[in-house]
Design a protein around this ligand. Structure first.
Ligand code: PEP
Length: 249
């Protein structure tokens, strides 16, 4: 598994853009976002829009696709679920795992996140493993412990962590307009880097996510251990996502 070139600029559309509006997004985005090497741009549409995204991208292989969630089994009686293998067949090269909305709204436990990460790797996709503390955790002074535990469960489960990407997304900063200060983000990324380095995986890219906007993207990317950005709300609009991608150029 090859490590994606950094910076990684990733857009998580969440439950936005059906197949028709996905085509419109890419028509506009590809006009704004010129062909570029040396960075990785990934869009995570809803699974139902992956095929539309793939066909809208055509020959533009500089923009990659990912899926927002997968089941840990490869097939079977799991109504409503999709597997990493299926997502790969629809054009995904990446898969988000453990996004805080999955953990909080759909009760995903650390063990589920670990199983999903393994399934994504087995399917030949790159997992983007999301970790992050709640506001309560931060106020209680246990932000580092929570993130270390979440990542530790994944590192214990995978045979080789060199094929993963980590996204630090403090829960209190997601969709709230609150962003971690560049210094706070850097401090947590440094701690994650140390945890990865103790397993010999210091080169795993670590992305920051949480209310990233065109206005704060460059400052966050300037931090030495911020290897990229995972963007939610601001990635749904082609102009703002293109501006964020340009900040990583
Ligand atoms: C996300 O969904 O991963 C995210 C970071 O959302 P937002 O940018 O809207 O806070």
């Amino acid at each position: 598994m090859t490590t994606p070139p950094t910076p990684v600029l990733a857009g998580n559309w969440k439950m936005n853009h059906d197949p028709a509006s996905t085509r419109v997004f890419f028509e506009r985005f590809l006009r704004l976002h010129g062909l570029r090497t040396g960075a990785t741009v990934i869009v995570f549409p809803p699974a139902i829009s992956l095929e539309a995204a793939r066909s809208a991208l055509g020959e533009r292989r500089d923009v990659q696709l990912g899926v927002q969630n997968v089941h840990w089994e490869s097939s079977g009686a799991f109504t409503g679920e999709i597997s990493a293998h299926m997502a790969g067949g629809a054009g995904a090269r990446y898969a988000l795992v453990g996004h805080s909305e999955r953990r909080q709204l759909f009760s995903e436990a650390d063990a589920d996140v670990a199983r999903k990460t393994c399934a994504v790797l087995t399917a030949g996709l790159i997992p983007v493993v999301c970790v992050g503390e709640t506001l309560e955790d931060r106020r209680a002074g246990r932000a580092n412990d929570v993130v270390t535990r979440q990542l530790g469960r994944v590192l214990d489960a995978v045979r080789d962590a060199s094929g993963i990407v980590v996204a630090y997304e403090p829960v209190w900063a997601i969709g709230t307009g609150e962003t971690a200060s560049p210094e706070d983000a850097q401090a947590m990324h440094d701690s994650i880097r140390t945890q990865l380095a103790s397993g010999g995986k210091a080169t795993v890219p670590i992305l920051y996510g949480g209310s990233v906007k065109p206005e704060n993207a460059a400052t966050l990317l300037a931090q030495p251990d911020v290897d990229g950005l995972l963007v939610g709300g601001a990635s749904v609009d082609p102009q703002s996502f293109a501006t964020i991608c340009a900040a990583g150029a």
